[in-house]
Design a protein around this ligand. Sequence first.
Ligand code: NAD
Length: 243
Amino acid sequence: MFGDLTVVITGAAGGIGRALSRAYAENGASVLLTDLPGETGEALARSLEQEGGRTRFFGADLSEPESAARIMAAAVDTFGGVDILINNAGLGIWKPPLELSLDEWDSVLNVNLRGTFLCSREAAKVMKRQGRGGSIVNLSSTRHLQSEPNSEAYAASKGGIASLTHALALSLGADRIRVNAISPGWIETGDYTALKPEDHSQHPAGRVGMPEDIVRACFYLTDPKNNFVTGINLTVDGGMTRK
Ligand code: NAD
């Protein structure tokens, strides 16, 4: 489905990132996995390669502004270009706002929002040079629609991503670079069996989300055939937000 295309996935060693990396590799894409330097991402890229995928891991810290350009350069060096970027890396700090330090605020905003902008900017430079368009998907969150106490930095970063997505879609449309967001609800990335029945009943769909739900949304948004879809923010939450 994604043969001939190169995909860059940030946060590739995390719960949703691992599922995305596997799914794109299994569907023919060349995949540059990136995350903080470490064995988890390296091992994942190696095992996907042993299973027949074209995958490489590149360790980089997105809180460092120069990482974005280094990641895209690695994709160009390794696979010859960038066609799809999935800005999936993210972190949250849940803490009463009166106790949240400037460093903590910056650590969330710098990775989630600034990192998404810088990776998008650097990927768009490559895509524009290639002249064949491209697709960027940003991981926002339903937390920008329906917040919760003590989530200020995370909620602000995800709301920022929603606005950034729309602005970038307008700015980059002439170069056939599509920019969309996904707002996941509750996606289980840990021990599914630890969930209690009441956790499931919060969702009209009757279950919590799984990483594969985000993979399917991402496939829809990045499929080159769906090139009339840009600037949207697709909520994938089992109906929880509109209950
Ligand atoms: P996760 O914590 O499992 O994965 C996030 C990844 O981002 C990790 O591998 C982490 O190492 C990486 N990361 C963090 N800081 C980084 C940095 N400085 N440089 C490079 N990489 C860094 O989270 P997840 O549940 O897989 O979520 C993936 C994305 O989806 C995130 O953006 C998250 O905010 C969003 N999201 C998740 C949920 C959910 O319920 N799981 C809900 C809404 C939105």
